[in-house]
Structures are given as structure tokens and as C-alpha cells.
Design a protein around this ligand. Structure first.
Ligand code: ZN
Length: 234
């Protein structure tokens, strides 16, 4: 199977579904990761241009640890992300048609941050647009596939439908998260938050809910053409 996971900022996939991606890669599936925003506003000191480049490298390092075949960067600036932007849609359609995923993971439509919501909407729209032959006809057409929404930060406002046991992959998830050094250092220094510990606690909580040590939580997109009898998540 091929999975395309699309997060907003360069660290969102590690936070919300990194254990699942590591497990899928380990079980022989093809994992593709994509961050739509370049994360260029995620620091008080490092300037946007430099930070964007730094965070692209951090995301590539995280993807390597999780076993991703490729990490795409749509490279849109933070807080300037609109799901109806033609160039963002063209690039997202191109990526979907290039990867040809069996299913897609992205942010939930009731996430807490506007950029995340724009990505959720962008993925929903373009995963349909990818099946429309005369939209962006320079790339070969692809079918509509199921979408799974990954957990929100701290599990807020998210009622899970499916859990994935990531007990054997929690160390890889945290190691991949720690590749996003600029973010972890910044949060520790400025917000006094140990973000690796925070994310591990969330996985432990989802594990308590589902009877394993560590888990990640998902829910399906139930729009027409998205539901299926098949379980795609491990
Ligand atoms: Zn984010």
C-alpha cells in the first residue's frame, strides 16, 4: 500500500501520526510525507527565510527516521495558506497524482489552527480534483481515495474512531520529532514546554483508551466516495 500523509507545518506529521507512519514503513508499505507550509514563522529570533530552509532539512531528517520514501514541501509561508489558492491546489494535485496513494492522512476539519484547517480543506478538495481530467491536465488523472484525519494537538476536540498501536514505534516517533530541533528548543526556552514529553503523553493517553501502551488516534472522512469496507490503517 501507499500512504500520503499531508501535514501543515514541518513537524505536524511526527506529532500526530509519526508512529503510524513508522509502523507502516516497517511493515513494507510506501510512506510519503508532505508539509504544505514551510514553517517560516515558527521562531522569535531566526528570520523567516533562514528558518524555512532549516525546517525543510529538519523535516527531511524526521522523514528518514520514520522510513518515508520522500518528504514533499509545498513551501507556502505560514499564515499565508489558503485552500483556494490555485498554485497550492495545482501542486497538491501534482503530488497526489505522482504518489497515487491508496489513502491519505491529513488534519481534521475541527483542528485548532487556521493553517491546519486550510490544509485539511486543501487536501479534501484536491484529492477530488485529482480525479478530474481537465483540471491541471499536465499531470495524469487519479481516482478519489479515502481520507483519514489524524488526532488534534493534545487530543482536543477529537473523538477517535480508529486507534493504531504504536508501542513498538514510540521511540522512533519521538526521535523523528526531535529532528525538529528549532521547534523543541524554542518551545522549551520560551514556553517552558518539553514538547517531546508532551507528545509522548498524548500517545500514552490514546494507548490507555485503546488498551495498549502507546497509540495514535484517527477518524475517517465520511463524505461520499470516501468510505470503504477495508481497514487501511495498521
Ligand atoms: Zn502545525
Amino acid at each position: 500500500m501507499r500512504v500520503l500523509a499531508v501535514g501543515c507545518h514541518p513537524d505536524d506529521l511526527e506529532i500526530c501520526c509519526g508512529g503510524t507512519l513508522a509502523r507502516m514503513a516497517d511493515e513494507g508499505h510506501e510512506v510519503y510525507m508532505c508539509h504544505v507550509a514551510n514553517g517560516d514563522m515558527g521562531h522569535m529570533v531566526i528570520m523567516p527565510e533562514e528558518l524555512g530552509k532549516l525546517r525543510e532539512k529538519e523535516a527531511e531528517n524526521g522523514g528518514d527516521i520514520l522510513g518515508a520514501k520522500k518528504v514533499y514541501n509545498v513551501n507556502i509561508g505560514d499564515c499565508r495558506l489558503y485552500s483556494h489558492d490555485t498554485e497550492a491546489r495545482r501542486e497538491m494535485v501534482r503530488i497526489i497524482r505522482e504518489v497515487q496513494p491508496d489513502f491519505i492522512i491529513t488534519h481534521s476539519p475541527d483542528d485548532y489552527m487556521e493553517d491546519h484547517l486550510q490544509v485539511s480543506q486543501l487536501v479534501f478538495e484536491t484529492s477530488f480534483t485529482a480525479s478530474v481530467a481537465h483540471m491541471f491536465p499536465e499531470y495524469p488523472v487519479y481516482r478519489v481515495v479515502p481520507i483519514y484525519y489524524m488526532d488534534n494537538l493534545a487530543g482536543a476536540n477529537f473523538l477517535p474512531e480508529q486507534y493504531v498501536d504504536i508501542t513498538d514505534y514510540i521511540d522512533k516517533k519521538i526521535a523523528a520529532l526531535e529532528c525538529h530541533e528549532s521547534q523543541l528548543k524554542w518551545m522549551l526556552e520560551h514556553d517552558k514546554i518539553d514538547f517531546a514529553e508532551f507528545v509522548k503523553s498524548c500517545s500514552r493517553f490514546r494507548g490507555l483508551q485503546s488498551g495498549v501502551q502507546y497509540a495514535e488516534a484517527f477518524k475517517a472522512c465520511h463524505a461520499h466516495l470516501r468510505d470503504t469496507t477495508k481497514r487501511f490503517l495498521p
